[in-house]
Ligand binder design. Sequence first.
Ligand code: ARG
Length: 459
Amino acid sequence: SSYQLWGGRFCEQPHEALQDLNISLPYDARLYADDLDGSKAYAEALMRAGHLNAAECDKLVKNLELIRYDWVERLIKFEASDEDVHTVNERLLVQLTGDLGQRLHTGRSRNDQVVTDMKLWLRKAIRETLGRLRQLIEAIVRQAEAHLGILMPGYTHLQRAQPVQFSHWLLSHAFALREDCQRLTELRDRSNVLPLGSGALAGNPLGIDRVWLAERLGFAGVTGNSMHAVGDRDFVVDFIYCCSMVSLHLSRLAEDLIIYSTKEFDFIKIADSFSSGSSLMPQKRNPDGLELIRGISGLITSNLTGIMMTIKGTPSTYNKDLQFDKQYCFQAYDKLTQSLNIAVGVVETMQVQRHQMESALSSDMLATDWAYYLVRKGVPFRQAHHHIGCVVALAEQRGVDITEVPLGELQQICSDFGADIASVADYGHNVQQYDAIGGTSTASIVEQLRLLKNLIKEL
Ligand code: ARG
């Protein structure tokens, strides 16, 4: 049986080519539960406004639940005429309840319906994403805590810079993810206003209590302008932006891990279960999981540009262009979910190679601490920096470590050098000096762990 939500004024059926592009069911079917939730609440609002009696409302609600059961059990058969998830749900309701089902849409438009569905869906998507972010932060925190005290070369420009603790480096990624959590939480709270009751664009003239509806559906308030509400997809853009940012952070983490797992670095080992082999070279063990994470961030970010380009040319209120919001949104969410799951697994199972990391340290990385040594003797930092630069050049010329330059020669460069410069050669001792908040000393790292554990509790 063909069921169409419109058509009274039409003499012809839609052309196949139009029907083909117009049908959104293949991708909006996953909104079925949100659509039913919205409809149940709307039936109750209609009753409260006197458009249905209690028995009628009850019947609608019960039958909407029967439809939900059929979705869950995969018993729904789509018709060629089913344009979108709203059409299917209404067709099924009318099949079950006849004329009564035809009353549900009173005062409602698919325009306020679909944006409400999206907000209901997004609320769950944000919750689940936060859950996965929490898992990843937890995995990072666990590894960082278990390996406290291990040193490694820290890099800027991918050039050896200063010694840091392995945990400090690893936690730097958790701090980026922490901001992602804050971004998502802020979006969740800001977008939590109900559009239903906005009608097609002009609002609702039938006494629907929107504030009651909002409370019934778990929204903190209602949208303030019906024309804005039906054409607003900013919250979808924001969500895809959040997904893009997480994916960029995962991509950067992946990149670090890929570099650190090469034989040349050998700082960490990626588990077999997150690596793949080569069809030609028997010895290969490739970090495919991490490369996919790095690659997928391009796709997720393309969803962000996609939706922004879709929105930019639309005039006020609802236009069919907006139907594409779902493809961008769902793809960004699905791909991010896959990425996050891999990232959690890689971090949980990676092996930390203490010996390799600590043997990669070299005394030139102490040059900054040597400059601070002179600063503590009263030398202005700019001069200290220059003196140590000369020591480094001298050592390089001779092909020796800076620690091997005899004291007499150091003193020729700067008379403030003393025998105690030898004590600046201990990497472990040196990192402990960086005890300002956020630094690489053990005390600062313990504080970072505490901040992240608090965040985990809140999520
Ligand atoms: N499938 C449509 C969408 O996702 C539902 C809204 C259609 N509204 C309309 N007036 N054609 O955007």
